[in-house]
Write a protein that binds this ligand. Sequence first.
Ligand code: NDP
Length: 323
Amino acid sequence: MSGEKSVILVTGGTGLVGQAIKTVIEEEKQQQKSNNETWIFCGSKEADLRDKAQTEALFEKHKPTHVIHLAAMVGGLFHNMAHNLDFFRENMAINDNVLNASYKHNVKKVVSCLSTCIFPDKTTYPIDETMVHNGPPHTSNYGYSYAKRMIDILNRGYHETHGCTYTSVIPCNVFGPHDNYNLQASHVIPALIRRMDDAMQKGDSTFTVMGSGKPLRQFIYSLDLARLFIWVLRNYNSVEPIVLSVDEEDEVTISTVAEMIKKAHNYPGEIVYDTTKADGQYKKTASNKKLRSLYKDFKFTPFETAIHDTVAWFKQNRDHARL
Ligand code: NDP
């Protein structure tokens, strides 16, 4: 991308990851970097990407040379379990429309977003980029998972048929400012942050975590993921997906996450676990070996710092956060 003028359209630009990319780009602008790049961040108000005509009109308006494609119907375990058909149909429509509009408008590069939670349920660990299609996903989120896997199929097809450089990244669980804190739709970290804030406001002396607290997860801070996304856009030119995750040894249990959130909130009560609720997959450890081989010295924000900053953001912005 260096030297040429580029217009980068970010779909899902109003969401958790999109807003983090915007923050990093604004930081770069203050340091007078990325002069030849014009960044456009779009949400569903600009265009409902399930609709082909609206998608094409968005591309016609902005004429992007590059696309970071984040827009998706996204949700936590319980939301996924209740709406698998919607997750499949909506995400299939969004992805087909965005990639086809990219092709028609001669977009040079598209970086789309898969997720580590779409990998096969029965697998060996650690999971890596070569294993996306190796078996059925966990039944809880099969709609989201199969729709995400089809992005990789589209990328390969556009490359084989038209020579396009459309690729995808595979982040682990993301958290940070601008997350979705709505309890019906949220992932584990925003749900715990919001519910603990509610518990403190009510003066509850115990706080219940759904499930056993034992499952292991890798979490990436949205600002770290944003920096890696921008690096992929500028430097990674393969159609093969690339895992964007913290290191394997940085995997944590849900109970560790809950304790860190308790510390960041300064919550004085006790945490208890409701083991009658589903845990989801016990673990889904992903290997970031490929990322480390290409970008050796990337420094992830320490988990505790990132949780602390996210809780601080939520407390300051609760009134206009997505609740
Ligand atoms: P958010 O829920 O925070 O944001 C979703 C974004 O998609 C919003 O900007 C939303 O726009 C947009 N969007 C949703 N539906 C439509 C639509 N029909 N038309 C146009 N835009 C739409 O998601 P995240 O930032 O968390 O996720 C970004 C990407 O990262 C997704 O592809 C997700 O699958 C992936 N991912 C996320 C992980 C996570 O832990 N959060 C983990 C791994 C991957 P608006 O708000 O304006 O409606």
